[in-house]
Design a protein around this ligand. Structure first.
Ligand SMILES: [Zn+2]
Length: 339
């Protein structure tokens, strides 16, 4: 589809041609002039696979650098997919926050910016802000749909799920729900990041793209089962969008559940400095007001542990991974049935 490009000027450029058929693997080049490299670039990997006619779909991984299943699955698609297998165009970006990906960190070690709080970006800002600005200005207008593949990262372990991005537009909202359901993860969860407009998925929705995300495990590791869900889910969504033929579709699971995060009540935050002891496993059904965990101060044995409580009924959906907590750290996340 053809939409007007942004009027914001940018010095970033692509080494691939978005309009060429076939498969190209290259980079989004962000001019970057640090102490040891006067006229260098930050290279953000981009592959374009195009054939015939059909929708353009952007796949993003590595928005946070310590979330691994999505990037692995996108890299596999880049290597394995033959252009003749698709109708339309895939823009595959497995490591968008590339400095964070190479460091295995959530946020960029170069500018300290959280990629997923840096939309719509600034074409004259930091490396992260320039990258998100290029995506918003030059790539979203080329696309019909956007898949943003996250996991819980180093600090959270989350039940593998497809994420529905809410939209004010009722038609787009319904399309987003159908795309997330097509991914066919064991859970499908509505998450709006407390209404934060600075995420990749919120910006994609504003651009009118069919948008879905994932949360695939976490804990700073690669989950075998979540990786399988990612591989299968991406292909399912590409079938749903008409990029892959229905012959490659797999039988849907029958046990899919749709949940949502109940606003700020979803979260149990640490209240004191200490070691967090959770009281329940993932998937446990919980009640508002029920004890959720204890925070121990093991360097002061005279002090009893501080108890924290659930703020909502629902199912324990995510847990903090490191034991050590400071006040304000997210310890637990509860999700409840949607609708
Ligand atoms: Zn993430």
């Amino acid at each position: 589809m053809s939409k007007p490009a942004s009027t914001r000027s940018s010095s970033a450029f692509l080494s691939v041609d978005l309009d060429r058929m076939g498969k190209q693997v290259g980079f989004l080049m962000i001019p970057h002039s640090p102490d040891d490299d006067a006229w260098g670039v930050t290279r953000v990997p981009v592959a374009v696979i195009a054939n015939g006619t059909g929708p353009t779909v952007i796949l993003e991984g590595g928005n946070h650098g310590d979330e691994y299943e999505g990037p692995i699955a996108i890299c596999e698609l880049i290597r394995e997919l033959d252009p003749g297998e698709i109708q339309g165009r895939l823009i595959l970006m497995p490591a968008n926050n590339v400095h964070a990906v190479m460091a295995g960190k959530r946020v960029s070690p170069v500018d300290g910016v959280n990629f997923n709080r840096a939309f719509p970006g600034d074409p004259h800002g930091t490396v992260t802000q320039q990258t998100t600005a290029f995506i918003v200005d030059q790539l979203y207008p080329e696309a019909d749909a956007f898949l943003d593949l996250h996991s819980g990262g180093s600090s959270l372990d989350i039940l593998p799920s497809a994420i529905i991005q809410p939209s004010e537009d009722s038609t787009l909202r319904q399309q987003n729900i159908l795309a997330a359901q097509a991914f066919d993860a064991p859970l499908t969860v509505v998450i709006d990041n407390l209404g934060d407009p600075r995420t990749a998925t919120a910006a994609a929705c504003r651009a009118g793209l069919i948008t879905m995300g994932t949360e695939l495990g976490g804990g700073g590791t690669v989950s075998v089962s979540a990786l399988e869900i990612a591989r299968r889910g991406i292909r399912n969504v590409l079938v749903h969008l008409g990029v892959l033929s229905t012959e490659t579709a797999v039988e849907p699971r029958r046990d899919q559940r749709i949940l949502s995060l109940p606003g700020t009540d979803a979260y149990v935050f640490a209240t004191v400095d200490g070691i967090f002891e959770p009281l329940h496993r993932h998937g446990h059904e919980v009640r508002a007001g029920e004890p959720a965990g204890r925070i121990h101060c093991t360097w002061d044995p005279s002090r009893p542990p501080e108890e924290v409580h659930y703020q909502s009924d629902g199912m324990l959906y995510g847990r903090r991974q490191p034991g050590r907590v400071k006040p304000g750290n997210c310890c637990l996340v509860v999700a409840k049935p949607y609708g």
